[in-house]
Design a protein around this ligand. Structure first.
Ligand code: SF4
Length: 438
């Protein structure tokens, strides 16, 4: 009988893609996936260290999942990913029951580590490898994941923003061999996939030899059967005219750009070491909107960074009103150990002020997104049906080219993986609801 593996994932799309790689390794070695941790022989928590809240949640989950190990001592419990890398010294002290601590560059050795752990060893593998691009490691695609596949085309980050742990947990930037990216994209299409999502921390800075990101996009756009190409997340610096031209030239490249702003105050941006001013950011938004009519631009906003004054915060609100993003992921700053901010700046915005500012940006963005969504009602949109709807078995969740979620009734011509024309009937700030145009 096959051994059963259970993997729980936290954090960003990169971590989702890493879980697919870990599952690819496990399934390739004869494991079966289970969604029931009580039945699993191997339990892995693929973690995120970017925010304090996520880290606290993982400590709690590790204790809960350890109860299954207490009942069946042969069960292997592992912490993988960014938190394993970042807090490696603390894991043994806080969670001595954990068998495996494996950072993002240790997945190639994961199967051997699990075997050793099953024999009773405690394993720590948190070495960063500047050459590891996961070449040849094929992700597992489950039934609902076959329509859309992630490919991590770039690993690591060279930017060292003052608040961020990623350069410490994932090492320096390296681009996956373009032939490997194309191979994985073709494999996705052969398995029934329709959309590829290219992932990288600063994805538009992708480079491998002479191949840059624009050239990679053009190569991918030539793959027959691949309907859509998305990428996330670009950095506001290094988003070249060539990339914008490649996006404009192919209908397959989705007209959606997730462009993290973080702050709109130049003094905060300088303290964050973001390397751009708000004027530069605004200019890029203008260039994208001019070259790509109808493009949706979403963003990340971080409030309450070290020393953020009321005036500096007010600049964020003004920027949201001016640029009218389609949507925004909003966060309150939490100090992460080892970062420049943690080492040299005081986390001095009181917690209640951070929460009030966060609520203000959430409210404002929700209003803007609601207005943008309301303006979609009556329009016809091409929608890729990606997954079953969580609301009802009779509905499917799809996305527009601009990454808006659309709920449509399931039916003979509306099956998973279909690209359908939909009339938008109603909307709220989170979702559009439509009917098929037959
Ligand atoms: S660009 Fe900045 S925020 Fe993004 S991963 Fe790199 S260091 Fe972190």
């Amino acid at each position: 009988m096959s051994l059963l593996a259970y993997v729980e994932t936290y954090g960003c799309q990169m971590n989702v893609a890493d879980t697919e790689i870990v599952l690819g390794l496990l399934l390739g070695a004869g494991y079966e996936r289970t969604h029931d941790p009580a039945a699993a022989d191997v339990i892995l928590i693929n973690t995120c260290a970017v925010r304090e809240k996520a880290v606290e949640r993982v400590w709690g989950r590790a204790s809960t999942l350890a109860t299954y190990k207490a009942k069946r001592p042969k069960v292997v419990l592992g912490i993988t990913g960014c938190m394993a890398e970042h807090l490696r010294g603390q894991v043994r002290a806080r969670a001595p029951f954990v068998d495996l601590v494996v950072g993002p560059d240790g997945y190639r050795r994961l199967l051997a580590h699990i075997e050793e752990a099953r024999a009773g060893a405690k394993i720590d593998d948190t070495t960063l490898d500047p050459h590891e691009t996961y070449q040849g490691l094929d992700p597992a695609r489950d039934a609902s994941g076959t329509v859309v596949g992630h490919i991590a085309v770039q690993r690591g980050c060279d930017r060292f923003c003052a608040f961020c742990v990623v350069p410490y947990t994932r090492g320096r930037e390296r681009g996956t061999d373009p032939d490997e990216v194309l191979r994985q994209a073709r494999a996705l299409v052969a398995a029934g996939g329709k959309e590829v999502r290219l992932l990288g921390q600063t994805v538009t800075s992708y480079r491998n030899g002479n191949v840059g990101f624009a050239a990679l996009l053009r190569e991918l756009a030539g793959i027959d059967g691949l309907a859509r190409i998305r990428f996330m997340s670009p950095y506001p610096l290094g988003f070249s005219e060539d990339v914008i031209a490649a996006m404009a030239a192919s209908a397959k490249i989705c007209k959606h750009v997730h462009l993290p702003l973080q702050s709109a105050s130049d003094t905060v941006l300088a303290r964050m070491r973001r390397g751009y001013s708000f004027a530069q950011y605004r200019e890029l938004v203008g260039a994208l909107r001019a070259a790509l009519p109808g493009v949706a631009i979403t963003t990340d906003v971080l409030v309450g960074f070290c020393g953020e004054s009321e005036q500096e915060f007010a600049e964020i609100l003004r920027a949201l009103q001016e640029l009218r993003f389609d949507n925004a992921f909003t966060f309150a700053y939490s100090e992460r150990p080892d970062t420049l901010a943690a080492r040299t700046m005081a986390d001095d915005v009181p917690a209640d002020v951070k929460q009030r500012r966060l609520a203000q940006v959430i409210d404002l963005q929700r209003q803007i997104t609601g207005e943008i969504h309301a303006a979609q009602v009556g329009r016809c949109e091409r929608v890729l049906l990606e997954a079953p709807s969580r609301r009802s078995p009779d509905e499917l969740l799809g996305r527009t080219d601009t990454f808006r979620s659309v709920i449509v009734p399931a039916g003979a011509s509306a099956a998973l993986g279909a690209l359908v024309d939909v009339r938008i009937e109603r909307a709220n700030p989170a979702t559009l609801f439509g009917s098929l145009i037959t």
